[in-house]
Design a protein around this ligand. Sequence first.
Ligand code: GTP
Ligand code: ZN
Length: 341
Amino acid sequence: MQLSGTVLAQEANFYRVRLDGSDLTLLCTRRARLRKTGGTVLTGDRVEVVEVDWPGGRGAIAAVAPRTSELTKPPIANCSGVLVVFSLSEPPYDPALLSRFLVQVEAEHLPALVCLSKGDEVASAVIEPIVRAIESWGYPARPVSARSGAGIGPLLAELGGTYVLAGPSGAGKSSLLNAMHPGLSLRVGDVSARLGRGRHTTRHVELFALSPRALVADAPGFSQLEITVAPEDLAVCFPEFRPYLGHCQFRNCLHRDEPGCAVRAAGLPRFDIYRSFVAEALAFDQQRRQTSEPEASLRERGGSRRRKGVAVPRLEGQYRQSSRRTVRQQLQQWDEESPED
Ligand SMILES: Nc1nc2c(ncn2[C@@H]2O[C@H](COP(=O)(O)OP(=O)(O)OP(=O)(O)O)[C@@H](O)[C@H]2O)c(=O)[nH]1
Ligand SMILES: [Zn+2]
């Protein structure tokens, strides 16, 4: 018998796999043939399970489907989006800090959904302009309250796929997860604790089912807030800038004070935030050049997309979504059901 499922977690030498279309999970080993070919299995991987032993709840992973994405922090395959949680009250809403998170998400070519938490503490007259602003940047924004439950149901109904949470400490990530999945009972403040500040970064991550259609990682990502995107790649990480890219007088325009800059002329609300990020990105580059490390290893310190060797679209004409599959992933073809190893 052959079944397909999703890897929810790694436990010692086993992978916990949820079978498609059910709540059933099996503890699976990796089939010898997969091990021999160096096929890795990550949390979030879509897998083919064989040798199912129903009474024992066991199985073996025979194949891993090509990944649509691969995050390193947290280590997760096939992430379909990032829930960026930002508080409306305390810590106070800060569009520049939110933009820092969003730039990182863009650099991973993942869609972001902004969850504006603690909506019970602020008036709707305050919330509405914030929602409109974020939507004008190109992101859906959903006010929610873990305390009152407002907005939780519609948010859950909207989610489909595998998500990672992001957001500053105290934004309400654990509270939001608990509100979406009362059975989870994460202690408030637990998510960051589990992320393990100072712990080993390759810790295993676990996926929880929020609904039959949505999974969420128990560890937040995108917590490194330094702007490490190359200066020339930064503008494309601001979705509302994209219509203007490629229309500046200079092809290599960094959209600061250059004459004939179409982005500056557009008078976009996040232009000042962008400019401060460019200054940071340039300083980061400068610092890199001064420390005479070889280019390759220096780039590795940058965004994780560089670590994965993924090409970043240049600022010519329209924004193009580059393929996020690495060569290794491409080679990791879905393995047809095979005879015994
Ligand atoms: N009023 C109100 N307070 C909330 C809400 N959600 C969370 N809080 C409070 O905000 C504080 C932080 O909540 P957490 O859920 O621990 O935030 P977090 O983002 O997980 O924080 P870290 O674990 O530090 O990353 C707690 O004191 C919560 O009680 C909400 O919807 N309304
Ligand atoms: Zn320009």
